[in-house]
Ligand binder design. Structure first.
Ligand code: AMP
Ligand code: MG
Length: 344
């Protein structure tokens, strides 16, 4: 199969993409978070292709992308008022809600769960494709399972050239990490994955939020969890990633003591001068966490190289979008974290 790339700005791109979706094919779609690998979310055979192409475990459900909040009643039932309040505040945007699923949603999309994840992306061409196709688009991140997510059309081409019909090129993704996921099916709203909509923003609307343990700790692969995706190895380059925490100076001292030829340093732009002899790669500014979220996956992809043995990584602290960056980087590191302050 020849994989076509069409610019999101071309007049007939959305119609071409929508036709492929209607015909049961695969289209990589741009969104503000990461590129998604999309198919008709109501077509079992099309959804099965997503799992096959990505190498995604069958028990890891997909997010249904809709063109607006008015569509969720077709796919969800017993929708709480909080869902509409969140949609009002943050849709279109990087927020996914988990709600009770109607029977219209096939089991392969929800991985057999009684719930379904829904989101309205902040990307004009993708909402237009959904509208023209007349179906919700099921889409996980467009990377090969386990690898860093795709934030450019070139990343998608690298992972899936010849395996999907079309990539819609909308340029680099603005947010750069996957959507925030909040589960609204229990008594209290639960954060399953941090993202571009911050815990602080959710609490401002919901007045309450429980943080699931999968957000902050490694989850055993046999564990029963609310968001099945969170227990798998994720976002990881081939080399071992080690987060070095602590002050700028102590972390640099630790890294200089342990750095070997063939290692790399993943740091903040402000820290580049500290690592001139350590082949450093910056992924954004510590002073602006949105640049870190936008740059993280492209950097992890550059470091996905068999010639690299260890990556010493610097991770931002604090809340807001930095919280999502911490979550992704800790997962990429398999929660290997060294405190530069403690080590001699
Ligand atoms: P990805 O699009 O690759 O970021 O994967 C989608 C994420 O949404 C995974 O972490 C899934 O586990 C999660 N997800 C999808 N549907 C549900 C659901 N019904 N309940 C909980 N988590 C879900
Ligand atoms: Mg993913």
């Amino acid at each position: 199969m020849q994989t076509q790339i069409l610019s999101a700005n071309k007049a007939d791109t959305a119609a071409t993409a929508a036709q492929i979706i209607k015909d049961g094919g695969l289209v990589a779609i741009p969104t503000e978070t990461v590129y998604g690998l999309g198919a008709d979310g109501l077509n079992e055979a099309a959804v099965a292709k997503i799992f096959a192409v990505k190498g995604r475990p069958q028990d890891n459900p997909l997010i249904l992308h809709v063109a607006g909040a008015e569509e969720i009643e077709k796919f969800c039932h017993d929708i709480p008022a909080s869902a509409y309040a969140l949609a009002d505040a943050f849709w279109p945007g990087p927020l996914t809600m988990v709600l009770p699923a109607r029977d219209t949603v096939p089991k392969c999309t929800t991985a057999g769960l009684p719930t379904v994840a829904v989101r309205c992306p902040d990307c004009d061409v993708t909402r237009q494709i959904i509208r023209l196709a007349g179906v919700p688009i099921a889409a996980p991140s467009a990377n090969i399972s386990g690898k860093p997510s795709t934030t450019t059309a070139q990343h998608v081409l690298h992972d899936h050239d010849g395996k999907i019909e079309l990539i819609v090129d909308g340029g680099p993704c603005r947010v750069g990490v996957e959507s925030t996921i909040v589960d609204l099916t229990e008594e209290r709203p639960r954060l399953l994955r941090p993202g571009g909509i911050t815990p602080e923003q959710l609490i401002a609307v919901l007045g309450d939020l429980v943080v699931d343990k999968a957000v902050t700790a490694q989850i055993d692969k046999d564990a029963v969890v609310k968001a099945p995706g969170m227990k798998y190895k994720h976002y990881a380059p081939q080399s071992e990633v080690i987060i070095v925490a602590g002050s700028r100076e102590k972390a640099a001292a630790y890294i200089h003591r342990h750095f070997q030829p063939g290692d790399r340093v993943l740091c903040f732009e402000e820290e580049l001068p500290l690592y001139t002899n350590c082949n450093p790669l910056s992924y954004g500014k510590e002073s602006d966490a949105s640049t870190l979220s936008a740059g993280l996956f492209a950097a992890l992809r550059k470091l996905d190289d068999p010639g690299i043995s260890k990556v010493y990584a610097r991770c931002p602290e604090g809340g807001g979008v930095a919280y999502a960056v911490q979550n992704r980087l800790k997962k990429a590191a398999g929660f290997r974290i060294i405190n530069g302050e403690d080590e001699l």
